[in-house]
Design a protein around this ligand. Structure first.
Ligand SMILES: NC(=O)C1=CN([C@@H]2O[C@H](COP(=O)(O)OP(=O)(O)OC[C@H]3O[C@@H](n4cnc5c(N)ncnc54)[C@H](O)[C@@H]3O)[C@@H](O)[C@H]2O)C=CC1
Ligand SMILES: O=C(O)C(=O)COP(=O)(O)O
Length: 412
């Protein structure tokens, strides 16, 4: 008997999902302690891989001959070498939006913590001091403008919550038009610079890509108002972290971050001096950090895990991959060949052999069998229009009932 496909869970996943995965026709291996390095030698014979922030490198994928699917039990897939996966025909899927509320909750936790200096007040009390005068100096957030860079799942959630805090949300994003902003009930900034200049609180929720890397630049901190609040619960590489440090020291910017460069994945020590900035500078700036915990509520982890199970179940039982991030929308197929034929061994293979001989590239194939099992309809998405000679050869097969060519819209 053929062994079941192996499913490796290489990061901590909600136990309820692990239990559910065990009911599927797969052999579940739960090894959350694997590191980036040990993962590289653990993918032999693995068909499905589930990870959170653990890096999945090209080297790991090179030895993963049986891997079909990687599920990122979270939002961002930048920790996976998606290009290497695509080159090997491995699906990569994520769980978009499922941890958005948890991140938005932490954003407001940080804003209020900064305004009230809650962590310092708690530490002071814990040290046996009653420094009421020192900590009774908050400004309050009602009526303040909060600028949201990136109106994806998290940015939109932050916008909703901002209103309930009595704040005025304004947004900027790649595709945010004034009309869309009005629909969301928020103000619109036409550039990131304008957003930063108008914001008492600036919070970044952009995806990380080549165009957003370092987008929160020195210039952005220059235009922010003095003693403004800056929040980064997204990705460290979105920000010029040196410029952020300068802004804390020289213009009193108050910062809350959940993410930091060189996160010590799997280790307990962190080497950065950013967290030493928690005492206010002479300009009043300081930084509070949390150790990448924004998505780590039970609620979010259950939602993420449930979505992970949905993706895997669909892949195993229906052959489709919800939330796939690496299947091209830019197919070069411009025609669809529709072939109705008798459902006999070799008919489709014969048709494909003719198409191959005429040098036509096939990009997608589906085949539907009709009740009774005697006829089927195949749809082939092809790159170039077949010649009459090619169609003639296909029509000449006894088992072929009808052939049609449909021109596809150019969506590229
Ligand atoms: N700290 C944590 O634990 C977590 C952090 N994140 C991070 O939060 C960020 C936002 O996540 P989601 O809202 O789930 O993602 P999303 O994909 O729903 O939203 C991303 C937004 O960035 C915008 N964007 C992307 N490229 C752009 C460009 N070149 N110019 C302007 N706008 C651009 C998109 O239009 C979209 O509005 C991501 O960086 C993600 O990695 C997400 C979940 C948990
Ligand atoms: O979902 C994301 O993109 C996150 O950053 C959350 O990361 P985590 O799954 O908590 O390691």
């Amino acid at each position: 008997m053929r062994a079941a496909m192996r499913l490796l869970i290489a990061d901590k996943l909600h136990p309820r999902a692990v239990e559910e995965l065990r009911t599927l026709p797969v052999d579940v291996i739960y090894e959350p302690e694997l590191t980036k390095e040990t993962l590289e030698t653990s993918l032999h014979n693995v068909g499905i891989l589930v990870v959170r922030s653990k890096e999945v490198t090209r080297k790991a994928l090179e030895s993963a001959r049986q891997l079909n699917l990687i599920v990122r039990a979270g939002a961002e897939t930048a920790t996976i070498d998606v290009k290497a996966a695509s080159e090997r025909g491995i699906y990569v899927a994520n769980c978009p939006g499922k941890n958005a509320s948890a991140v938005a909750e932490l954003v407001f936790g940080l804003i209020v913590s900064i305004d009230r200096r809650i962590p310092d007040a708690v530490a002071s009390l814990r040290a046996g001091r009653w420094e009421r005068t020192e900590y009774a100096k908050a400004e309050g957030v009602i009526g303040k403008t909060i600028g949201i860079a990136g109106l994806g799942a998290i940015g939109r959630d932050v916008a909703c919550r901002a209103k309930t805090f009595g704040m005025h949300p304004i947004g900027w994003s790649r595709s945010l038009s004034p009309a869309r902003a009005a629909e969301l009930g928020i103000g619109h900034a036409s550039s990131l610079e304008e957003l930063a200049a108008r914001s008492d609180v600036l919070t970044v929720h952009l995806g990380l890509n080549d165009r957003t890397r370092g987008i929160i630049s020195k210039r952005i901190f220059e235009v922010m108002p003095k003693r403004g609040i800056f929040i980064n619960c997204a990705r460290p590489d979105l920000v010029d972290n040196d410029a952020m440090r300068d802004a804390i020291v020289t213009k009193g910017i108050r910062v809350g971050i959940d993410v930091v460069p060189n996160e010590p994945r799997g280790k307990k020590e962190i080497t950065t001096d950013l967290y030493n900035l928690s005492t206010p500078s002479s300009t009043g700036g300081f930084l509070y950090g949390t150790p990448h915990i924004a998505a780590s509520t039970d609620q979010a982890q259950l939602a993420i895990a449930t979505e992970t199970v949905r993706v895997i179940r669909s892949f195993l039982l229906e052959g489709t991959v919800p939330n796939v991030v690496n299947v091209t929308n830019l197919s070069t197929a411009r025609f669809q060949m529709v072939i109705r034929m008798l459902d006999k061994v070799g008919t489709l293979a014969n048709v494909l052999a003719v198409i191959k001989r005429h040098g036509i590239n096939v990009e997608e194939v589906t085949n539907t069998v009709f009740d009774g099992g005697s006829a089927s309809c195949a749809k082939l998405r092809i790159v170039s229009r077949p010649t009459e000679a090619c169609l003639h050869e296909i029509r000449a097969f006894e088992e072929v009932l009808h052939v049609d060519i449909v021109t596809l819209p150019n969506l590229a």
